[in-house]
Ligand binder design. Sequence first.
Ligand SMILES: Cc1ncc(COP(=O)(O)O)c(C=O)c1O
Length: 464
Amino acid sequence: MKSSSTEIDFSALHLSEEPEIKVTPPGPRSTELLDKQEELESSAVSYPRSTPLAIDEAKGGAIRDVDGNVYLDFFGGAGVLNVGQLNPVVMDSVEEQLTKLVHALDFPTEVRLELAEKLLDIAPGELQDGKVFFTAPTGSDAVEAALKLATYNTGRDSILAFQGSYHGMTQGALSVSSGSQFFADYQPTLPRAHFAPYPYPYRCPFDSNSAHECGEKTLEYVRRMIEDPHSGMALPAAIIVEPVQGEGGSIVPPANFLPGLREIADEHDIPLIFDEIQASNGRCGEMFSSELTGTVPDIATIAKGFGGIGFPMGAMLYREELDNWESGAHIGTFRGHQVAMAAGLASLEFMENNEINKHVKGLGRTMLSMLKEEESEMQYVGESRGEGLMVGIEFVKDKETKEPYPEMARRVQKLAYKKGVIFELGGHYSNVIRCLAPLTLTEKMVRVGTGLLIEAIKEAESEG
Ligand SMILES: Cc1ncc(COP(=O)(O)O)c(C=O)c1O
């Protein structure tokens, strides 16, 4: 497998380091394709509704639409394109693999085993002595597999999840996801999920004077759910949690939360699942975001950025003592996409060889400090926060009452897009602008994109 061991010039990885808007988007050709899509495809199509563009090509962290407009991509394909579109180092491996073997179910191949070894090598703590399981390509299936593995091993049936969580769209993953917009019309989901509050320092669900206290009180609550025989929940088969909450609004929990959760899980022999699907692969400046607090789960799920440059691939890592499944206990046709595996392996090597974690921490600091500098002047920005390039800006109508202002977030998203920078929208109240940019952005791209975002916020605020 080819791999570069020298640092490369990140600026060469991108179509452009700045946006270029030639026609007001959506331009005529984009409009044509968007209309055609509406005619042909399901009403459930989602992203083009908030960001109406038709993509022609992309490289690194820049996208060209079919009208020739160039955008900076601070959305990163929903946190997938961690090493950027068409990363040339990864493309070398992809091209080599494409001419050799594509589909191989779960038969051993060199690339598959090299990837499994690499994953164990970079896994947190004792997971390095654990097992790798390649699931079907989506994150949702990795979550399904993790829930099933914990259920099988414990023989219990309830699951403890957290408010603000998003774990996927399949029935099991949906059941432990908290957003009512996703589950309300599809009841019953699995009846065994119970939700505890997530320690969300900006909106702590408990009376608290600090993030630390918020973490402590949340842990007390979780402990009560597990230990009080009248909590309404039997001892759970698993606790599933995002170590940094993604769709919930880029929420970094207090540093005492995950270690405390680990303690509770250990005391009661409950497998602890960290859903790392969005927050791993360097996104938060660590290969696994749980490394921010040095906490090791029993099971970790990964997908999204794991496939390198957008190839779908999911997996879970788990402790060896949980490895009690019969052969074929969780199956799926597409669990051995060799090109995705080659891309994933090359991407991990690229990140290692180019010290991506250090790079990401620097970019995250630049973005947050630019936002924080302006925060007090901004009437509707309640908080900007994040770790690495998982950054969120939460909009409120009033900084005292913290009443959510989703309309403002939407307006900012639209204005930023018109200026040539693309963001996601998320949060408990859909009031958080989210950055999930490729980790290979240059300092210049972060400064330009964040500058345009700040301009968009000021413009949106001036409209009231
Ligand atoms: C934390 C987390 N888990 C699971 C998923 C589901 O992944 P997929 O969309 O690949 O099924 C997502 C997707 O956003 C996610 O952010």
